[in-house]
Design a protein around this ligand. Sequence first.
Ligand code: NAP
Length: 538
Amino acid sequence: MNTSVSASQTPLDAVVIGAGFAGLYALHRLREMGLNVQGFEAGSGVAGTWYWNRYPGARTDSASEVYQYWFSDALLKDWNWSERFPAQAETERYLNFVADRLDLRPMIRFNNRVTHAHWDAAANLWDVRTDQGASVRCRYLLSCLGPLSEPKVPPFEGHENFKGRFLHTSRWPKEGIDLSGKRVGVIGTGATGVQVIQTIASQVGELFVFQRTPTYAIAMRNTKLTDEDRAALRSRYTALGEWVKHSLAGFAFDMQRKAWADTTKAERRAIFEDLYADGSLVMWGGNFAEVLVDPVANEELSEFMREKMRARLTKPGVADKLIPTYGFGTRRPPLDCGYLEAFNRDNVHLIDIKAAPIERFTEAGIRTADAEYPLDIIVLATGFDAATGAINAIDIRGRDGVSLKSLWDRDITTAMGLQKHGFPNFFTSAAPLAPAAAFCNVPTCLQQQVEWITDCVAHVEQNGKEKVIEATQAFEDNWVKHHDQVTGATLIAKADSWWTGANIAGKPRRVLSYLHVGNYRKACDEVAAKAYEGFEIR
Ligand code: NAP
């Protein structure tokens, strides 16, 4: 394959970085508009998150009927989900099916990681380069990198001395790893750690779980879908597609209509039981709005969740370490399939590294403040530098050579998560201060953002003399203020997690995600209806 597209060639209309949910759709939409588009993808295949995260047990916490593209009846008709909550392999297959159906593969340069994107103000073009030496110029640059794609690999002292295998969950090899009889250590108990631990507990010899902060676990109710189930869901696709767009978090559920204060404790308990029985994130996104803002309401729900967790644990002493004391839903609560029960097994050991922190990796394994654990494999389920990490990994320079990373190292701000002042014709999806950064069933939000961005590009193509658009500083400042008002009122803002950037040392703190998918959509639509008010078009 020819990888040396030279900068002297005719400029492209657009470049799309990333070939996951957003990137594939953006390529399709821009091509439909008649633009000349090139995609770049670091992996050797499409699917983004579902290409990279092939660790044991990886699956969505979103029901399959809302984890798909809505724009094509043919795609909706011809794809058959096999489970309510599909596993990684199936979701990866789905995105490959879409890429093939829409014939998107020829538009994408695989195995090309974009490293450099500089705005050439004299030419009104982006100069884009990859690690393989590809170099193109384009008018519009779209970042479709996903919210969780830059792995966080903590600098554990002595990690280079460890003689066993050491890997991050998002870099799990395609061919898998033989874990049978092995002594495996897992660091991290977020949504990823939960899935790895529950899946490998019965495969490994001994499993050592190094836990710093415990997590709430909602028992997932996964089911195989029959033809009848699929037919019933398909008959609701139109309604579901509309529902998710206007919901709190991009799922087909809404918050409780009744106010907390108008219900008795017994009524609330019955509601919690119903929500819990659904075995989905409705427990978070379909609960009372008050639990997100009122510590007393939150504590009542948290106690309910703790009780559910305690009932599943049998080993003495484990519940005290494994059950969180912080408020439910202030950090992302994962669904689980046997996570808690894994700790009832004799070969699974919970190591409390808050009490005795990891001091270093040794040749043989991990040394904590009070013990040494010999290991064959160490799995880092330590998460991601969310929303900004993957964008910052590219040397992006806007007007006057200003680096985006240097701005975000000081303060993480955007214009609705769609643009950044100073970076003309650069559009972002899954970036900070939009719901796609975290508080969303991601495909819902990525589709909305791609539609907004591509409609905007069409408008600029028609109306811009120079075909250039840039968010004004005033518009960006207003959005940041509004975002801080909305999200700052929540208990989430006070909790330390990737949702607030607190998982990355030195990352400026801000709730990364806007809260309320429907309200965000409305605000975006209003901007578009007013000919992109707040954006300067020239
Ligand atoms: P995460 O939620 O950020 O969890 C990372 C875990 O690693 C935490 O337990 C964290 O502890 C621990 N950790 C990080 N650095 C550490 C260190 N230096 N020493 C010890 N422990 C350390 O990351 P994630 O589990 O990969 O999940 C990220 C997000 O991806 C999820 O919230 C979810 O949105 C998405 N996801 C979704 C699914 C799904 O849909 N089923 C599955 C996986 C991931 P602390 O909390 O103490 O920092």
